[in-house]
Design a protein around this ligand. Structure first.
Ligand code: IVH
Length: 692
């Protein structure tokens, strides 16, 4: 078999296994085997740049080059649907349809309304050629590169065995679609629309990660999906685990006359189409579907916010036509977010590790979406003011797309009752009494007493010992709380002065675990500089920022002395991070901490190993990476550039020193480079540059 044939074979095989794994949830080979095939394909593709294919399975991992979103016009405008929240309007919709069709019988296709963002995909000859966001309905953003990383979206149709019509989780349900004969041929060109979503599990994992990185959390999966799809780096999208359901097929020669049947065909071509669709012949059947899913949707792995009802026959859809905004043949019935009314007893204020003060409502316990709710976040001072809350008010609590319940309003049904005292935001820290401050551009109030405020002290130590920081995880929050309250430790440097008997007390049975903890503290002296810097808990210095800073400054002393300008030279470091670090090192308490850590032998500079691999050979050079490489991955080249003092940027400008070009550099980039007279250096030449 020629290498060209092997590439084609590998691509087909990987597409098929991708489909089995992600769409069917039924992997046919092991992860190792999948990775081995993928690596083989990557290597062959690197030797055959002429066979580059944007739809190759190797492209699903994305890249960290900056990608641009061009605004493009939709072939068919993307209309939205008329919304309703009540059954009476559903009945009226049904009657309007019946009248519009002059009493002719009709079927309604009932579907879930997915809560994500809509996307239009265009396929030509079975290949994905374009993916566009809704935008204003007429024009949207071309996000094809990002969409290619979503594993459930087929890049090449027909790479799968026909899909059985059972739910992906293997469980049937009341409204599971019956098995149909797969329709094998797809039109030469068609458009398919659907919803890009982030499953609950991915959403929760992402927020945990963001919390550790001190990045703002996403309020719900829809915001997370939309933020992700707007990312300029496809590699980030690839990591975020988005999913997509398709629900609307458009084009000239569609396989069937019914919408439902077209979706069945699309499923057989490899698209992820919901199994929870059904055709209703009466209004009662429509209501049965609504009632069923109003409850059952809570067990789905993804967020839904209602039901979509569509007249099934395309001919009848045409007869009914459109209003200016939406089709007359469809309607969205939105679920009421579940609400409960209860009494506000007290507002308390929580101080986090960064000193941010969060108001929390304490209420009479009330049942809501299957759990008992006693507390709700009030976010910040502005939110409290907007609600105009008084102690003793009856309040409406809601659990919408968010996980944490929130108070949405004061319950008007009790408006006639006399009210208690107005809830005022505090101006002193509830824990230490310090006067609160508000930083420009931020909604939160902060307690500035970093070194004297107990929850901040405990929070910082908890962060310091956490697994991704110093990894002294035998030290739990209760022990830390205990040590802090006994005055044994006041900051993380104090940990290194602890001895076994501090931890065990007079209790013999605790000696073993105390020894283990002391050993973990000892061992943490070997933790590399970048993790120590992350552990120190400087605002905005998450894991990846810590890595960037240590690579660039190499020692804590250089970092402590860096100026704003020094920081801004670095790719990925902006003013907020720079100012936070500068502030931190201006504080004499912090400087004392650093000196003590140094005294205890912690790693406050890059190790000799790493340093010996560093040089200034690329100092002052700004380098763009483009194309496919044979010897190293793009990420490795990026690391090499930084290791040798250079700066890697995403787009070519007059400031670019040269382009590190692999095979298949994009034609637009090539043209721009030639226009600006930027040199193009190939990988072997580059490797020589940094070797000498
Ligand atoms: S059909 C002309 N079906 O809800 C009909 N939309 O305002 C086009 N959505 O923008 C839409 N689930 O983003 C359709 N099963 C479903 C849907 C769905 C979610 C979204 C879509 C649309 C909005 C309706």
């Amino acid at each position: 078999m020629s290498e060209q044939e092997r590439i084609a074979q590998l691509r087909a095989e990987l597409h098929r296994n991708n489909y089995n794994y992600y769409v069917l949830n039924a992997p046919a080979i092991s992860d190792q085997d999948f990775d081995a095939l993928l690596r083989e394909l990557q290597e062959l593709e690197a030797h055959h740049p002429e066979l580059f294919d944007p739809n190759s399975p190797t492209q699903r991992v994305g890249s960290d080059l900056s990608n641009k979103f061009e605004s493009v016009e939709h072939q068919y405008p993307m209309l939205s649907l008329a919304n309703t929240y009540n059954r009476e309007e559903v009945r009226q919709f049904y009657e309007r349809v019946s009248e519009g069709l002059a009493g002719e019988p009709f079927e309604i296709c009932c579907e879930l309304k997915f809560d994500g963002l809509s996307i239009s995909l265009v396929y030509e000859d079975g290949r994905l050629v374009r993916a566009v966001t809704r935008g204003d309905g007429v024009r949207g953003d071309d996000v094809t590169a990002n969409i290619r990383t979503i594993r459930t979206i087929p890049l090449q149709l027909g790479s799968q065995a026909p899909m059985p019509a059972v739910a992906a989780d293997g469980q049937g349900d009341l409204f599971a679609a019956p098995a149909l004969e797969p329709v094998v041929s797809w039109p030469q060109r068609f458009e398919i629309r659907g919803e890009v979503l982030m499953p609950w599990a991915s959403f929760e994992a992402l927020n945990i990660e963001r919390e550790a990185e001190e990045e703002p959390l996403f309020a719900n999966p829809r915001n997370a999906a939309s933020g992700t799809l707007k990312s300029k780096q496809t590699a980030i999208v690839a990591k975020r685990k988005l999913d997509a359901y398709l629900y609307y097929l458009l084009g000239e020669d569609l396989p069937a006359e019914g919408h439902y049947e077209n979706m069945e065909a699309a499923r057989s071509w490899g698209f992820k189409v919901s199994n929870h669709m059904c055709k209703a012949r009466t209004l009662d059947e429509v209501f049965a579907f609504i009632d069923y899913w109003d409850v059952e949707r809570k067990n789905l792995p993804i967020a839904t916010d209602g039901i979509v009802l569509k007249v099934n026959s395309l001919r009848q859809q045409q007869t009914l036509g459109m209003t200016a905004k939406s089709p007359r043949w469809a309607i969205a019935y939105k679920f009421q977010a579940e609400q409960a009314s209860t009494v506000l007893r007290e507002v308390t204020f929580q101080v986090g590790r960064t000193g941010a003060v969060t108001p929390v409502a304490n209420m009479d316990p009330v049942q809501l979406s299957g759990t008992i709710v006693r507390r709700a976040t009030l976010h910040n001072a502005d939110f409290v003011a907007q609600l105009d809350l008084h102690v003793g008010d009856h309040v409406l609590v809601e659990k919408g797309g968010e996980i944490i319940p929130k108070i949405v309003a004061v319950d008007e049904a009790f408006a006639h009752q006399p009210r208690g005292p107005k809830v005022e935001f505090i101006n002193r820290c509830p824990e230490c009494g310090a006067e609160l401050v508000r930083y420009e551009g931020e909604a939160a109030w902060y307690c500035p007493n970093e070194t004297g405020c107990p929850p901040q002290i405990k929070g910082r130590i908890e962060h310091f010992v956490s697994r991704r920081a110093m990894n002294i995880d035998t030290l739990g929050p209760e022990t830390i709380e205990d040590f802090v309250s006994r005055g044994l430790i006041r900051n993380y440097a104090d940990l290194y002065g602890l001895q076994v008997d501090h931890l065990s007390g007079a209790n013999d049975s605790r000696i073993r675990s105390a020894r283990k903890t002391i050993k973990a503290i000892e061992d943490s002296r070997q933790v590399p500089f970048e993790r120590v810097l992350f552990a120190m808990g400087i605002r905005f210095v998450g894991e990846s920022v810590a890595k960037t800073l240590t690579r660039n400054f190499k020692t804590i002393d250089a970092l402590a002395q860096a100026s704003l300008d020094d920081f801004l030279q670095i790719n990925g470091i902006g003013t907020a991070i720079a100012e936070s670090v500068i502030q931190w090192f201006r504080n004499s308490d912090n400087l004392r901490l650093v000196e003590r850590l140094r005294g205890y032998g912690l790693q406050l500079q890059l190790s000799d190993d790493v340093l010996s691999q560093q040089s200034d050979r690329l100092a002052g050079r700004t380098i763009v990476i483009s194309g496919v490489f044979a010897h190293h991955s793009r990420d490795e080249y990026k690391a090499l550039i930084e290791q040798h003092g250079g700066k890697n940027t995403g787009s070519i400008s007059a400031k670019t020193s040269f382009i590190l070009a692999g095979e298949n550099m994009g034609p637009a980039k090539l043209e721009k480079a030639q226009k600006l007279g930027v040199a193009i250096i190939h990988e072997d030449e580059f490797l020589k540059m940094i070797e000498d």
